[in-house]
Design a protein around this ligand. Sequence first.
Ligand SMILES: Cc1ncc(COP(=O)(O)O)c(C=O)c1O
Length: 364
Amino acid sequence: MSGKIEFVDLKTQYVALKPRIAERMQRVLDHGQYIMGPEVKELEDRLAAYTGARHCITVASGTEALLISLMALDLKPGDEVITTPFTFAATAEMIVLLGGRPVFVDIEPDTCNIDASLIEAAVTPRTRAIMPVSLYGQCADMDEINAIAARHGLAVIEDAAQSFGATYKGRRSCNLSTFGCTSFFPSKPLGCYGDGGAIFTSDDALAQACREIRVHGQSGRYNHTRVGVGGRMDTLQCAIVLAKLERFEWEVQQRKAIGARYDALLDAARISRVQVRPDRDSVFAQYTVFVDERAAVQARLQAQGIPTAVHYPKPAHHQAAYAAYASPDACPRSIHAAQRVLSLPMSADLSESQQDRVAQALLA
Ligand SMILES: Cc1ncc(COP(=O)(O)O)c(C=O)c1O
């Protein structure tokens, strides 16, 4: 079998959901409340119930979710936030934007998540928060991280942009710490058709702060009690996520099954891959392997109609914008991973024959 495989197959998903999406969008067009319409609260209620968190606050993007969470904690210039350098730029970016200092702690080589055993040594009197990233769809060691935070009076923000729907010891990602922040970027496990995101918390005061910050710090109409941002998620995007929720649990199960099938195919071929810990699962926002000679492997797959991607080619401290926050040789495991990771096509609609093609092409 030949033909191009989609890296993320959003088209098949759209065809399956087309009537529901059209109906949901039409309803918004009919009532006309494009900003903070009824779908916003409906989605927040549905997502809070799904995760088990007391509050869900939808926001303009995953990036905005991180920013508003840090603002709700009142992060001050010079405050330190412990995080991983092996992530998308937004994680460190929002800390720096507020004048904070990202303190980079290295990853576990097999999961690529922050190594919780290295965190406590990085705590200083300026530390305010720990921001683990649930990379590729799998949560970090949240219990260990929460225990360190509790010992030092710190907040924990889970950057769950890639892990909505994942579980950790039976609990859902986004409901594991002070804040959980997710993204509805179209290719994420739960995506909209533009930008969107959400903050989850069970702290009433922090939830209220986030709601105010989202609308320019208003505690009432034109009553600006704090500095905020224009950070709302559009009603139309909320409506699209509501439509996608109808199929989401099936998609999560599909992703897990496809991930397990990739595991079996690649283990049989002795191809090294990101590991998932037995006490948690992954929603495989990315299915990622480790390869040497990555450029050659990518070119070979591309020639066979198989797209791949690199998440991420450089750790944050090797990016010009964040180089000041660590020495170049800090976090050697992150540096090594950045040279070897390769993400394969992954979505709930990836067929078994497509997976076989990917595995065979990797082996060749
Ligand atoms: C780990 C991580 N953090 C933050 C973000 C930012 O999310 P968004 O693109 O919705 O702003 C992303 C999304 O790409 C991400 O993967």
